[in-house]
Structure formats: structure tokens, C-alpha cells
Design a protein around this ligand. Structure first.
Ligand code: C5P
Length: 221
């Protein structure tokens, strides 16, 4: 039988995009499919963890045995994560969280006017993974970095700046990986080490990443 290195551990992860409302019928979002986060939830369960998946709007089915919390905006996702983070051993931020949201949400549909230009003011969203990593009793915290160049440099910078225990960087410049693709490759960094996980299906990659996370977690505890 397969080793289940996450047995007895509570693991929370975020997945998918967020939606930032402009008015009751419009929003700002991104192309995240949620596939990597859902693959990680499935693999974490298979490796023995008790999994909570905080998901933005995606069309994927909930993995068997996983507790799912649906959210829309970055603020909602932040609040759902913070409400349950106290009891978690491991947190993985896989969601493509919108960096900014419209400053005001119109309560009625915004009408077209004579003007050719329209200005929408945006305001910064909370950084969820940084909020988790700044907790006094923080779980083992893993972030993702989607970069199109200088992957290692930006990943290491993010690891430090956000006080993470590990970061998984993917190069999203090619269409054979990342975002909507079923395949991905990851460069994983932690303070004092790194490991490359070559191009593979997201399910296989998820298991490899979680095996690394479990190893690193047990090294520290
Ligand atoms: O800074 P950047 O958005 O590139 O960092 C990506 C990492 O931070 C991902 O793990 C993502 O889930 C997380 N993140 C977050 N909350 C935000 C922005 C990013 O948790 N508002």
C-alpha cells in the first residue's frame, strides 16, 4: 500500500479565480480554471489529509472526501480562509486572486452614457497567503508564483517577502502548461533548498508536490 504521509493533518487550500463585482451583472476576473488546486485537494486527500478546499467560481466537481467552501470575491476568500485557518497544519494558496477590486460596487446596472471613456477606480485586495503567513501560529504555508520570466528570481523574492515556507513556481509563458492546461511543470523553493518537478499531468504533479510538502513539514515538526 501507498504511504500516506499526511495522515492526521488538516490541510486547507485555495483554488480558482476570484470575481470582483462592478455592479449586479458584471465583474472582473481571470482565466484560472482551478485544475491545479483541485488536483492538489484530491492528492492531499489520497495522502491522508483532512482537506478543506476554498474555491472561487469554477466548473469542477468537488473531489470525494473533500470539504468545499465556495466563495466569489477575494475578500470573501480571505474571510473564509481566516475563519478556518486556526486549526490547519498546512495551507496552500493556489487561487489566482484578483489583486484589485472595484472601489465601489454599483447597486444597479451601470448604464451606457454619451461619453467614449469610462474610468473605474480599483482598490487593493487583501493578500490572503501573506495574511496567513503573518499569523503568530501560522500553518506550514505554501504559495504559488505564475511568472513569464525570471521565474527563480521572482519566486525567491516572493518566498521571502510573504514569509512562506515553500513556493511552487510555474512558467506560464507557454501554452503547454499552467492556467487552462492539463499539464504543468513546477520549480519548488524553500529556505535552503529547491527541487524541479518536470512537465507532467496535474494529478501526478500534485502528488509529487504534496510529497515534497509532507517531507518538509515533517522535517520541521
Ligand atoms: O504576488 P502574487 O499574486 O504573484 O502571489 C501569488 C501567490 O499569492 C499565490 O499563492 C496566490 O494564491 C497568493 N495570493 C493570495 N492573495 C492575493 C494575491 C495572491 O493569496 N491577494
Amino acid at each position: 500500500p501507498k504511504a500516506r504521509p499526511l495522515t492526521g493533518l488538516k490541510l486547507m487550500l485555495t483554488a480558482g479565480p476570484t470575481r470582483e463585482a462592478l455592479d449586479p451583472v458584471r465583474y472582473i476576473s481571470n482565466h484560472s480554471s482551478g485544475k491545479m488546486g483541485f488536483a492538489l485537494a484530491t492528492a492531499a486527500r489520497a495522502l491522508g489529509a483532512e482537506v478543506t478546499l476554498v474555491s472561487g467560481p469554477v466548473t469542477l466537481a468537488t473531489p470525494t472526501g473533500v470539504r468545499r467552501v465556495n466563495v466569489e470575491s477575494a475578500q470573501d476568500m480571505h474571510d473564509a480562509v481566516m475563519a478556518g485557518i486556526g486549526e490547519q497544519h498546512i495551507f496552500i494558496a493556489c487561487a489566482a486572486v484578483a489583486d484589485y477590486a472595484p472601489k465601489v460596487v454599483a447597486s444597479h446596472k451601470i448604464k451606457k452614457t454619451q461619453a467614449d471613456n469610462m474610468v473605474v477606480e480599483l482598490t487593493k485586495n487583501p493578500d490572503i497567503v501573506a495574511s496567513v503567513a503573518s499569523l503568530q501560529h501560522k500553518p506550514f504555508t505554501v504559495g504559488f508564483a505564475a511568472e513569464t520570466r525570471d521565474v527563480e528570481k521572482y519566486a525567491l523574492d516572493k518566498l521571502k517577502r510573504k514569509n512562506l515556507d515553500m513556493i511552487a513556481a510555474n512558467d506560464v509563458s507557454g501554452s503547454d502548461r499552467g492556467f487552462n492546461s492539463d499539464q504543468n511543470a513546477l520549480s519548488v523553493f524553500w529556505p535552503g533548498g529547491q527541487h524541479h518537478l518536470p512537465l507532467a499531468g496535474k494529478a501526478e504533479l500534485a502528488e509529487q508536490l504534496l510529497t515534497l510538502i509532507a517531507k518538509r513539514y515533517h522535517d520541521l515538526h
